[in-house]
Write a protein that binds this ligand. Structure first.
Ligand SMILES: [Fe+2]
Length: 195
Protein backbone atom coordinates (compact mmCIF):
# COMPACT_ATOMS: atom_id res chain seq x y z
CA UNK A 1 0.00 0.00 0.00
CA UNK A 2 1.45 3.37 -0.91
CA UNK A 3 2.34 5.79 1.85
CA UNK A 4 -0.10 8.48 0.79
CA UNK A 5 -3.11 6.25 1.33
CA UNK A 6 -1.76 4.85 4.61
CA UNK A 7 -1.09 8.33 5.95
CA UNK A 8 -4.53 9.63 4.99
CA UNK A 9 -6.12 6.58 6.62
CA UNK A 10 -4.22 7.26 9.82
CA UNK A 11 -5.23 10.93 9.90
CA UNK A 12 -8.89 10.27 9.18
CA UNK A 13 -9.01 7.39 11.61
CA UNK A 14 -7.92 9.65 14.43
CA UNK A 15 -10.11 12.69 13.99
CA UNK A 16 -12.79 14.56 12.10
CA UNK A 17 -11.61 16.33 8.96
CA UNK A 18 -11.41 19.91 10.17
CA UNK A 19 -9.52 22.55 8.22
CA UNK A 20 -6.35 21.74 10.18
CA UNK A 21 -6.62 18.06 9.32
CA UNK A 22 -7.39 18.94 5.72
CA UNK A 23 -4.26 21.06 5.56
CA UNK A 24 -2.32 18.03 6.78
CA UNK A 25 -3.90 15.91 4.07
CA UNK A 26 -3.04 18.63 1.57
CA UNK A 27 0.59 18.44 2.69
CA UNK A 28 0.63 14.67 2.26
CA UNK A 29 -0.81 14.97 -1.24
CA UNK A 30 1.74 17.64 -2.15
CA UNK A 31 4.58 15.43 -0.93
CA UNK A 32 3.29 12.57 -3.09
CA UNK A 33 3.23 14.60 -6.31
CA UNK A 34 6.62 13.38 -7.63
CA UNK A 35 5.53 9.74 -7.24
CA UNK A 36 2.20 10.45 -8.89
CA UNK A 37 3.93 12.26 -11.74
CA UNK A 38 6.20 9.27 -12.30
CA UNK A 39 3.18 6.97 -12.32
CA UNK A 40 0.62 8.96 -14.25
CA UNK A 41 2.26 11.54 -16.51
CA UNK A 42 3.75 9.24 -19.12
CA UNK A 43 0.59 7.71 -20.50
CA UNK A 44 -1.78 9.00 -23.16
CA UNK A 45 -4.97 9.54 -21.21
CA UNK A 46 -8.11 10.75 -22.88
CA UNK A 47 -9.63 13.81 -21.24
CA UNK A 48 -12.08 12.94 -18.49
CA UNK A 49 -12.39 11.62 -14.96
CA UNK A 50 -10.70 8.47 -13.72
CA UNK A 51 -11.32 6.78 -10.38
CA UNK A 52 -8.01 5.52 -9.00
CA UNK A 53 -8.95 4.39 -5.51
CA UNK A 54 -11.77 4.15 -3.02
CA UNK A 55 -10.92 3.49 0.58
CA UNK A 56 -12.95 0.52 1.84
CA UNK A 57 -12.98 1.70 5.45
CA UNK A 58 -13.07 5.49 5.39
CA UNK A 59 -14.75 6.03 2.04
CA UNK A 60 -12.38 8.66 0.68
CA UNK A 61 -11.49 8.42 -2.98
CA UNK A 62 -8.61 9.36 -5.26
CA UNK A 63 -9.45 10.55 -8.74
CA UNK A 64 -7.40 11.71 -11.71
CA UNK A 65 -8.78 14.36 -14.03
CA UNK A 66 -7.28 14.81 -17.47
CA UNK A 67 -8.05 18.18 -19.01
CA UNK A 68 -8.19 18.70 -22.75
CA UNK A 69 -8.25 21.94 -24.67
CA UNK A 70 -10.83 24.34 -23.28
CA UNK A 71 -12.16 21.91 -20.66
CA UNK A 72 -13.85 23.80 -17.88
CA UNK A 73 -16.25 22.81 -15.12
CA UNK A 74 -19.43 24.72 -14.42
CA UNK A 75 -19.68 26.51 -11.06
CA UNK A 76 -20.04 23.58 -8.68
CA UNK A 77 -19.52 22.19 -5.19
CA UNK A 78 -18.80 18.69 -3.93
CA UNK A 79 -20.39 18.64 -0.49
CA UNK A 80 -17.30 17.04 1.00
CA UNK A 81 -13.71 17.96 1.73
CA UNK A 82 -11.19 17.65 -1.05
CA UNK A 83 -7.59 18.28 -2.06
CA UNK A 84 -6.44 18.70 -5.61
CA UNK A 85 -2.89 18.50 -6.89
CA UNK A 86 -1.66 19.55 -10.30
CA UNK A 87 0.74 16.94 -11.59
CA UNK A 88 1.10 18.06 -15.22
CA UNK A 89 0.84 21.55 -16.75
CA UNK A 90 -1.69 23.98 -15.26
CA UNK A 91 -5.30 24.61 -14.35
CA UNK A 92 -7.06 27.76 -13.26
CA UNK A 93 -9.14 27.52 -10.09
CA UNK A 94 -11.74 30.18 -9.27
CA UNK A 95 -13.65 30.18 -6.00
CA UNK A 96 -17.18 31.52 -5.56
CA UNK A 97 -19.68 32.30 -2.84
CA UNK A 98 -22.49 29.78 -2.28
CA UNK A 99 -25.42 31.80 -3.61
CA UNK A 100 -28.42 30.23 -5.35
CA UNK A 101 -29.09 33.37 -7.36
CA UNK A 102 -25.71 34.71 -8.40
CA UNK A 103 -22.50 33.25 -6.94
CA UNK A 104 -19.83 35.92 -6.62
CA UNK A 105 -16.24 35.30 -7.59
CA UNK A 106 -13.96 35.37 -4.55
CA UNK A 107 -10.52 34.67 -5.98
CA UNK A 108 -8.83 33.00 -8.90
CA UNK A 109 -5.40 31.45 -9.32
CA UNK A 110 -3.48 29.43 -11.86
CA UNK A 111 -2.10 26.30 -10.21
CA UNK A 112 1.01 24.84 -11.79
CA UNK A 113 2.43 21.35 -11.57
CA UNK A 114 3.45 20.68 -7.98
CA UNK A 115 0.82 22.98 -6.48
CA UNK A 116 -2.22 22.00 -4.42
CA UNK A 117 -5.52 23.48 -3.28
CA UNK A 118 -8.42 22.34 -1.12
CA UNK A 119 -12.19 22.61 -0.84
CA UNK A 120 -14.11 22.47 2.41
CA UNK A 121 -17.88 22.91 2.81
CA UNK A 122 -19.79 24.96 3.54
CA UNK A 123 -17.82 28.13 2.89
CA UNK A 124 -14.93 27.01 0.70
CA UNK A 125 -16.56 24.51 -1.62
CA UNK A 126 -17.89 26.42 -4.65
CA UNK A 127 -15.46 26.67 -7.53
CA UNK A 128 -14.63 26.34 -11.21
CA UNK A 129 -11.60 24.53 -12.61
CA UNK A 130 -10.42 25.17 -16.15
CA UNK A 131 -7.61 23.92 -18.34
CA UNK A 132 -4.94 26.56 -18.75
CA UNK A 133 -1.78 26.44 -20.86
CA UNK A 134 -0.10 23.35 -22.27
CA UNK A 135 -2.03 20.16 -22.96
CA UNK A 136 -3.03 17.97 -21.38
CA UNK A 137 -3.33 19.13 -17.80
CA UNK A 138 -3.54 16.34 -15.24
CA UNK A 139 -4.80 16.78 -11.69
CA UNK A 140 -5.21 14.26 -8.87
CA UNK A 141 -8.02 14.81 -6.37
CA UNK A 142 -8.67 13.26 -2.98
CA UNK A 143 -12.28 13.64 -1.81
CA UNK A 144 -13.90 12.66 1.46
CA UNK A 145 -16.46 10.48 -0.28
CA UNK A 146 -17.15 9.05 -3.67
CA UNK A 147 -18.55 11.70 -5.97
CA UNK A 148 -21.60 10.15 -7.54
CA UNK A 149 -22.85 13.67 -8.06
CA UNK A 150 -21.63 17.24 -8.01
CA UNK A 151 -23.76 20.20 -7.00
CA UNK A 152 -23.93 22.30 -10.14
CA UNK A 153 -25.03 25.92 -10.38
CA UNK A 154 -27.31 26.96 -13.23
CA UNK A 155 -28.64 30.52 -13.59
CA UNK A 156 -32.31 30.50 -12.69
CA UNK A 157 -32.15 27.07 -11.03
CA UNK A 158 -29.49 27.59 -8.40
CA UNK A 159 -27.43 24.67 -7.13
CA UNK A 160 -28.75 21.23 -8.11
CA UNK A 161 -27.21 17.75 -7.89
CA UNK A 162 -25.91 16.39 -11.17
CA UNK A 163 -24.52 12.91 -11.66
CA UNK A 164 -20.78 12.44 -12.11
CA UNK A 165 -19.29 9.82 -14.38
CA UNK A 166 -15.78 8.47 -14.34
CA UNK A 167 -13.76 5.54 -15.60
CA UNK A 168 -12.34 3.19 -13.03
CA UNK A 169 -8.74 2.16 -13.49
CA UNK A 170 -5.99 0.55 -11.47
CA UNK A 171 -2.43 1.84 -11.46
CA UNK A 172 0.74 0.58 -9.84
CA UNK A 173 0.87 3.49 -7.44
CA UNK A 174 -2.70 2.97 -6.24
CA UNK A 175 -2.76 -0.80 -6.59
CA UNK A 176 -4.45 -2.20 -3.52
CA UNK A 177 -5.00 -5.91 -3.98
CA UNK A 178 -7.16 -5.47 -7.02
CA UNK A 179 -9.41 -2.96 -5.36
CA UNK A 180 -11.39 -2.76 -8.55
CA UNK A 181 -12.62 -6.30 -7.99
CA UNK A 182 -14.00 -5.33 -4.63
CA UNK A 183 -15.47 -2.14 -5.95
CA UNK A 184 -18.99 -2.40 -7.28
CA UNK A 185 -18.30 -2.57 -10.99
CA UNK A 186 -19.62 0.11 -13.24
CA UNK A 187 -19.72 0.04 -17.01
CA UNK A 188 -19.99 3.77 -17.26
CA UNK A 189 -17.25 5.03 -19.57
CA UNK A 190 -18.54 8.44 -20.52
CA UNK A 191 -15.99 10.47 -22.43
CA UNK A 192 -17.62 13.72 -21.57
CA UNK A 193 -15.39 15.81 -19.49
CA UNK A 194 -16.63 17.99 -16.71
CA UNK A 195 -20.22 19.09 -17.17
FE1 LIG B 1 -14.46 20.54 -8.18
Amino acid sequence: MCNLIKEIQQLIGREKVTRDVLLEIQGLVKDAIPEMQAELCHQDWEPGRYMLYKDPKHGFVVMMLVWGKGDKTPIHAHGTWGVEAVILNKVCVTNYTYCNISPKELCSAVLEAGEVAYVLPPDEDVHVVAQSGELPAITVHVYGKELTENIIFSPGSGFRPSSVTCRKISTNFFDFSNWLDAYHASTNTSKSAFS
